[in-house]
Design a binder for this molecule. Structure first.
Ligand SMILES: C[S@@+](CC[C@H](N)C(=O)[O-])C[C@H]1O[C@@H](n2cnc3c(N)ncnc32)[C@H](O)[C@@H]1O
Length: 306
């Protein structure tokens, strides 16, 4: 979203690059460790700025891509738990228009920074710790938060999200095997609380991924010059891998889902599809199938496939 990118780039000019780089290095190490955090990983304004610079474009892209897999909804309010600098609020706005959003987080610096990035938008920023009351909203999200919590706290957050939402709960995590396992546990919990899984799964039964495979997707993120410098990266883009679960109060038809990059060979497309009968396997579409072949050729990882 160019608006977000411009707002971020303007803000980043204010912090000396050396301090940002140092903070980015520490945050990358802390997040890679995968340990639940005993204390907030973002400790001050420089950390918050570093987070916004190197992670927010990617978490924003992941949330946007996850929302694109949902059946149509029209939320009129949004609450984001552990919302940090507001990536999910921006993504929800991109998907559904100017939905009033409340971003809740334990670190005041991330909220202050988020408010500056989104200065012209209708977002509310509120200090909040897991367990504090959550205002009700049509849509409740939590992106890249469960990863910082132990199992008991993860369950508590999912329960709070489910209790506060009236229409949809969307949870997003890194697209790693542990991130996927956290999504499976959250999915079970949401189904147990009477919610209906709307994406990515085309069914409410146990996940059919086998053989050490895990359900995840990828969102393309274009890197700005500063972003590249901070991450010591040469490519002009990165692919952010994410796992997610979206649940709706009302059941909605959910189609089969393409769960890998399609493979193209001369006159043949192979799609790896998760199907409503819970099986996950290849679907071969040949050139002889005309419009179906054209649809398969245009299909992407994460798209629906009937
Ligand atoms: C990795 S950041 C993700 C931020 C944002 N959701 C995003 O996708 O960019 C995790 C956020 O969760 C917040 N968080 C972690 N544990 C929390 C808790 N117990 N209560 C409130 N916020 C928490 C952190 O302060 C941090 O801002």
């Amino acid at each position: 979203m160019p608006e977000l990118r411009d707002a971020l780039d303007a803000l980043l000019q204010e912090v000396p690059p050396a301090r940002l780089t140092e903070s980015v290095r520490r945050l990358i190490e802390d997040y890679r460790s995968g340990r639940p955090a005993d204390e907030p990983l973002i400790r001050n304004m420089v950390d918050a700025t570093a987070y916004a610079a190197y992670r927010m474009p990617a978490t924003h892209a992941a949330v946007s891509a996850a929302l694109a897999q949902l059946p149509p909804i029209a939320p009129r309010s949004h609450v984001d738990l552990g919302g940090g600098t507001g990536a999910a609020a921006w993504a929800v706005r991109g998907a559904y228009g100017p939905v009033p959003a409340t971003v809740l987080d334990q670190v005041p610096e991330t909220l202050k920074l988020g408010a500056r990035i989104a200065k012209d938008l209708d977002f509310t920023w509120q200090e909040w710790r897991l367990g504090d009351p959550v205002p009700g909203a049509d849509l409740v999200t939590a992106s890249y938060v469960l990863t910082e919590l132990d199992e008991e706290a993860q369950r508590a957050l999912v329960a709070q999200a489910a209790a506060a939402a009236t229409t949809a709960v969307v949870l997003i995590e890194p697209g790693t095997p542990p991130g996927y396992r956290r999504m499976l546990a959250a999915r079970d919990q949401l189904i147990g609380a009477g919610w209906h899984v709307a994406a990515p799964c085309p069914h409410q039964l146990a996940c059919g991924m086998r053989g050490g495979d895990w359900c995840h997707f990828a969102a393309r993120v274009n890197r700005s010059a500063l972003h590249r410098r901070l991450k010591d990266a040469s490519l002009g883009y990165e692919d952010e891998k994410y796992s997610f679960v979206a649940a709706l109060k009302a059941p909605a038809p959910s189609p089969g889902r393409i769960v890998r990059h399609p493979v193209f060979r001369k006159g043949l497309v192979t799609l790896q599809v998760c199907r409503p009968d819970t099986s996950v396997g290849p679907v071969l579409v040949s050139k002889r199938e005309g419009p179906r072949y054209k649809a398969a050729r245009d299909a992407e990882w994460g798209d629906a496939w009937i």
